[in-house]
Write a protein that binds this ligand. Structure first.
Ligand code: PGA
Length: 252
């Protein structure tokens, strides 16, 4: 039985003081939650959010990590800088990074390996664009993204990764994939992990859905057999909405 994982991707929102306030409200709401709860603020907010969540069941994730250990990479953050302050997870390959910041399947793979060897738990994002869905290449697209993201990663490490299936057309648009569509693609992703690492790894790995998941639709999405959680953008910025999603994960 896979433990569900609800992660809030705060994107480029909240100042450090606002982030600390939101984190405190989430800690209060999530006490004793029956699923894993993660919040991913901007880098500058990480220390304050780690402080607010310390001693609670809420874990903290970063929104990106560089693939080198140190050196002349202006503006970047290495895995050990994040673990040193108490960060546990990191989002890798979010579609916004792929779209606006030149992230490729190759850099997603490098970052995933760097995160794992640095002791972070990666949340690796994959998902098709609207054109890819309309052209009938959804399955092919996400399979390629998964295979390339996991290149050179052994089974023990692979099982630690969380995969977030986020159809690009559903992110921040208010258009959610239907629970059936989301479950189908999460199942295809699970099958890809099975072909790479075997059935037991496929049964262990956690696959989230992301893309306009909210307080109203979370329960249905989270009731599907292949959906083990959510990566939530907009709705994670409101403590009460996020709490409804956490509660839905506990019950489904
Ligand atoms: P959204 O974002 O919930 O605002 O659609 C999800 C994400 O980008 O992770």
């Amino acid at each position: 039985m896979r433990k569900k994982i609800i992660a809030g991707n705060w994107k480029m929102n909240k100042t450090p003081s606002e982030a600390a306030e939101l984190a405190a409200a989430i800690v209060k709401n999530s006490a004793g939650a029956g699923c894993d709860v993660v919040v991913c603020p901007t880098a500058v907010c990480l220390p304050g959010v780690v402080e607010k969540t310390s001693g609670s069941n809420v874990e903290v994730g970063a929104q990106n990590v560089h693939f080198m250990e140190s050196g002349a990479y202006t503006g970047e953050l290495a895995a050990n800088m994040l673990t040193d302050i108490g960060v546990k997870y990191v989002i890798i390959g979010h579609s916004e990074r792929r779209q606006y910041f030149g992230e490729t399947d190759e850099t997603v793979n490098l970052r995933t390996k760097a995160a794992l060897s640095g002791g972070l738990l990666p949340i690796v994002c994959v998902g098709e664009s609207l054109t890819e869905r309309e052209n009938g290449v959804t399955s092919e697209t996400v399979c390629r993204q998964v295979k390339l993201a996991f290149l050179g990663i052994d089974k023990a490490d692979a099982e630690k990764v969380v995969i977030a299936y986020e159809p690009v057309w559903a992110i921040g648009t208010g258009k959610t994939a239907t629970a059936e569509q989301a479950d189908e693609v999460c199942g295809i992703i699970r099958g890809t992990i099975g072909s790479l690492y075997g059935e037991d790894a496929a049964e262990k790995i956690r696959i989230q859905y992301g893309g306009s998941m909210n307080a109203g639709n979370a329960a249905e999405l989270l009731s599907k057999p292949n959906i083990d959680g959510g990566l939530i953008g907009g709705a994670s910025l409101k403590a009460d909405d996020f709490d409804v999603i956490v509660k839905a994960a506990e019950q489904n």
